[in-house]
Design a binder for this molecule. Structure first.
Ligand code: SF4
Length: 291
């Protein structure tokens, strides 16, 4: 991957961006790799040399790395930071680096730090849950310790004090600890095997020049089409709803009108996967929209 510096930021930040903070060591797969879409992983490998990213667009990645370094320094009794665990499964080596483990009387509590947006926090994050449960499986099967809870410590990068004061369902502080569901170990193990198989098959397809497995709707972070009920002379919408009929009825009642806010696959349109320009699935979607 080429790191560019279009905004002339200090070279020290460019050097930081070029550093590899995470290495999966001798593992075939990291936990983050197996939970991510096989198509994204294959396209990233295929176009590694061509992928360009500007250092200015890597702010949150850099701060994420900085947070891990800082978090390692925050020593507290019974807490282990940044432990990397390796496991052999289905003929491959899997590795995961766990941000924080806290030993309690009930078992180990696993926590991962995530920079996120307030919008993303309100969505169900299956990937977070899967990642933390694989860490729980590693701690249980390799370190032979019981895990009692899995959590995310979310740092909300666009948190607004004003929004928090007017919306009760908005995060009430810029740091939120979110409890995730702890899966039975058998379920997690079946999930790990299934993901390894998907990635293996994608590699075979790639090697043979066959079509790559498409990303699912969840993996593309589909944002549904919404309908805003608006009124002349008022800047903000009266309400924004998913159901068009409900929006039309409300608009009639309030003497307003309905504005459609088209849904989109956010991961593709924002190129959060980094490979949208080489992705046939996304290019096909764009073609359908243009038609
Ligand atoms: S552009 Fe969308 S569909 Fe294509 S690899 Fe990225 S996330 Fe998947």
């Amino acid at each position: 991957m080429k790191i560019t510096n279009k905004h002339n930021v200090p070279e020290t930040l460019v050097a930081l961006a070029n550093k590899q903070y995470y290495s999966k060591g001798k593992a075939d797969f990291s936990v983050t790799e197996i939970i991510s879409p096989p198509q994204v992983q294959r396209l990233r490998r295929r176009h590694h040399e061509e992928i360009e990213q500007d250092v200015a667009d890597m702010l949150w990645q850099l701060l994420g790395s900085a947070l891990h370094v800082v978090a390692e320094r925050g020593e507290a009794d019974g807490h282990t930071t940044e432990e990397r665990i390796f496991a052999e499964i289905d003929g491959v080596t899997l590795s995961g680096a766990i941000d924080l483990q806290h030993e309690t009387d009930d078992g180990v509590v696993i926590t991962d730090y995530k920079f996120t947006s307030a919008w993303a926090l309100r969505k169900d994050k299956f990937e977070w849950e899967a990642q933390q449960n694989i860490y729980a499986w590693l701690v249980s099967t390799v370190n032979k310790k019981k895990v009692s809870a899995v959590r995310i410590c979310a740092l909300i990068r666009d948190w607004s004090r004003r929004e928090a004061s007017v919306k009760p369902d908005y995060p009430q502080a810029p740091i939120q600890v979110i409890e995730l569901r702890l899966w039975p170990l058998e379920k997690t193990e079946a999930y790990i095997r299934e993901r390894i198989e998907l990635h293996r098959n994608a590699k075979v397809a790639d090697d043979w020049g066959d079509a790559l497995p498409e990303c699912t709707e969840d993996e593309r972070w589909i944002r549904n089409t919404m309908y805003a009920v608006k009124k002349e002379g008022r800047k903000t919408a009266i309400r924004v709803v998913e159901d068009e009929q409900e929006a039309k009825a409300l608009a009639e009642e309030k003497g307003g009108y309905v504005e459609e806010r088209k849904g989109e696959p956010v991961r593709c349109t924002g190129n959060f996967c980094g490979v949208a320009q080489w992705c046939q699935q996304y290019q096909k979607t764009l073609g359908e929209v243009n038609e």
